[in-house]
Design a protein around this ligand. Structure first.
Ligand code: F6R
Length: 610
């Protein structure tokens, strides 16, 4: 959510910042802006819409060795040029880009207004620009660092912040509290970003700022320091250069490129982790030996949005295979309800980006209360990954499309591995373990077979795109699949799509059923098939149209309905495969409706505000 880029060095800030911003656009694309320091002169530009609009407004001569930029996802105030970052102080000397939310912006704003500041935007960030400028003016040495420290001592909220001052034209000052900032070290140049994707093509040597940490960045490197101004030592780490690969590789959309990558991604998450002899999974990164695994009495999964729905799939797998009570909860709710944290519960945080602030804060809260947390995270070295005690990296590769696909599939597979591991140190038999290991090994090819049916699925999508409202139904294993199907559909088609347990239809939603409201029914071939087919009859008898997502050869009660046949796995793993055609349905329906599939309105890839 919102992206920050900064640069100090000989390449000139504008091209590096603009390139970085366009790589971060998936985090927010309401508006964008840039400020550069050319010697003692600051110039800034802001514009509404994508980074390309900003690029077009820049005069040819927009040079400067130091600069900051921002791509915004609106929180305070609509997406207008005035609300876009950078925000400049009234005296024009200071410019600020900010991710996060300043909770006490209103009283600070009133105080500054009383001191004569005229505000030009509705944002909380503008408060920071004026506050810092006031404090620079008051500081005897005119120190930007001191002013930032003093300003932030008065601020409540979350921030990843980059500040420039034209009286200190060689530097950027950074501060982090709850919103990531990364500094990339080059040869005589230094890069700043809220997300590796923006800078990894320039350097793979990076420093992740910690919460409560500050930094001064110049072309020759960085100095990190604490709230008390004490210098800290932060050796750089090497990151994987491939994490910056964000090209379309000939595909029209990132979403399509990414769902087509699923067979390869699935192989990557399973690689080296399946033990067919012992029928178990090898998960060294969990940092839990057999004894520690056996001591776990309960599993609680936390995540947001689609990751939470996959968490429900995972909790069910764990309960089924390990017979350990398990459930999933939205991380955004969990941390606000004063949860009981038990030392014998294993908390599992699940996140593609590893930067979703609700998930991150929930992890921090659990750890503060003495709980142990492992992460199922895609982005290596991300905040959630670093905050956990151990985990399973998803190895899905970079995901750019706002609507997540391959990372979710890999989450479900990682949960299957975890369930297997937990099960085999308990009562799951070796035969069952081997059955599941073999089935997991077949999944990448089975996903490929679903993708090969894209044309047929697109035909169903065309019909569904005509409806203004849809139901997605499933029960037990099928229910989280239905939830994710509805989520993907509404996210990119803007159609109303609602998921229900098929068992709950009679308790209310059946009243909605009519020929105008299609139902997508997830019907695995498992012990609940008869119950699922009964629900299909209830809908058909009321004139409802059905699209049934099931397996080849499954008799759907003799009903003449449209269907998508998904290869059959073992029942415990079927949700992994049943989800895939629902991604394609949403994608093709959105295309049919002419939407920007990769950048759905009002959303951003990584939700870094609570
Ligand atoms: C939906 C989607 C979101 C994310 C959610 C959590 O397609 O992508 O619902 O699943 O915002 O994001 P991560 O997994 O990055 O924590």
């Amino acid at each position: 959510m919102c992206g920050i880029v900064g640069y100090a060095g000989p390449q000139g800030a504008a091209p590096v910042v603009l390139d970085g911003l366009s790589r971060l656009e998936y985090r927010g694309y309401d508006s964008a802006g840039i400020a550069v320091l050319d010697g003692g002169r600051m110039r800034s530009r802001r514009s509404v819409g994508p980074v390309e609009n900003l690029r077009r407004t820049l005069p040819e001569e927009f040079s400067g060795a130091v600069g900051i930029g921002h791509t915004r996802w609106a929180t305070h105030g609509p997406a207008t040029r005035e609300n876009a970052h950078p925000h400049r102080s009234q005296d024009g000397h200071v410019a600020v880009v900010h991710n996060g939310i300043i909770d006490n912006a209103a009283p600070l704003r009133a105080e500054l207004a009383a001191a004569g500041v005229e505000f030009t935007s509705d944002t909380d960030t503008e408060v920071l620009a004026h506050l810092i400028a006031h404090l620079v003016a008051r500081s005897p040495a005119g120190s930007l660092e001191e002013a930032v420290l003093d300003a932030l001592a008065r601020v409540e909220g979350t921030y990843g912040l980059a500040v420039v001052d034209d009286r200190r034209p060689d530097r950027l000052v950074l501060a982090r509290n709850g919103s990531p900032l990364i500094v990339g070290l080059g040869d005589g140049e230094t890069f700043v970003a809220s997300d590796l994707a923006a800078i990894v093509r320039h350097t793979t040597s990076v420093v992740h700022l910690e919460d409560g940490e500050f930094a001064t960045v110049t072309a020759s490197g960085l100095r990190t320091f604490t709230r008390d101004g004490v210098t800290t030592s932060r050796p750089p780490v090497r990151v994987d250069g491939r994490s910056g690969h964000r090209e379309l590789d000939g595909q029209g959309h990132h979403m399509r490129k990414e769902f087509l990558e699923q067979p390869a991604a699935a192989r990557d998450v399973l690689r080296g982790r399946l033990d067919s002899r012992l029928g178990t999974a090898r998960l060294d990164g969990l940092n839990l030996d057999a004894r520690a695994l056996r001591a776990i009495r309960r599993v609680k999964v936390i995540g947001c949005g689609s990751s939470y729905y996959v968490g429900q799939v995972g909790a069910q797998m764990i309960e089924e295979l390990a017979r350990v009570p398990a459930d999933a909860e939205a991380a955004s709710e969990f941390r606000y309800r004063d949860p009981v944290v038990e030392p014998t519960t294993l908390y599992v945080a699940v996140s593609q980006s590893g930067e979703t602030v609700d998930t991150l804060f929930a992890v921090e809260e659990i750890r503060r209360r003495g709980g142990q947390v492992v992460g199922l995270v895609n982005v290596v070295g991300s905040s959630v990954a670093r905050a956990c005690d151990g985990g399973i990296y998803l190895h899905a590769g970079p995901e750019v499309s706002v609507a997540s696909t391959k990372a979710l599939t890999n989450m479900a597979l990682a949960f299957a591995l975890l369930a297997l591991d937990l099960g085999r140190v308990r009562d799951l038999s070796i035969a069952d373990g081997q059955r599941l290991v073999e089935a997991l090994g077949r999944i990448p090819d089975q996903i490929q077979r679903i993708l090969d049916d894209e044309g047929e699925i697109a035909g169903h999508a065309e019909e569904l795109s005509l409806a203004s409202s849809l139901l997605f139904i499933g029960r037990v294993r099928g229910y989280p699949v239905a939830r994710e199907g509805a989520q993907k559909f509404k996210e990119i088609t803007y159609r109303h799509a609602e998921a229900y347990q098929s068992s709950e239809l009679k308790h209310g939603p059946l009243a909605l059923v009519s020929p105008d409201l299609p139902t997508v029914a997830v019907v695995p071939d498992d012990e609940l098939l008869g119950r699922n087919v009964a629900a299909l009859h209830e809908i058909a008898a009321r004139g409802g149209r059905l699209l049934v997502v099931t397996h080849p050869g499954v008799d759907v009660g003799g009903l003449d309905v449209r269907r998508i046949d998904v290869p059959k796995s073992e029942p415990e793993l079927d949700p992994v495969l049943l989800t895939v055609p629902l991604q394609l349905l949403a994608y093709h329906a959105a295309l049919e409706l002419g939407h920007d599939v990769d950048r759905p309105r009002n959303l951003a890839k990584s939700v870094t505000v609570a």
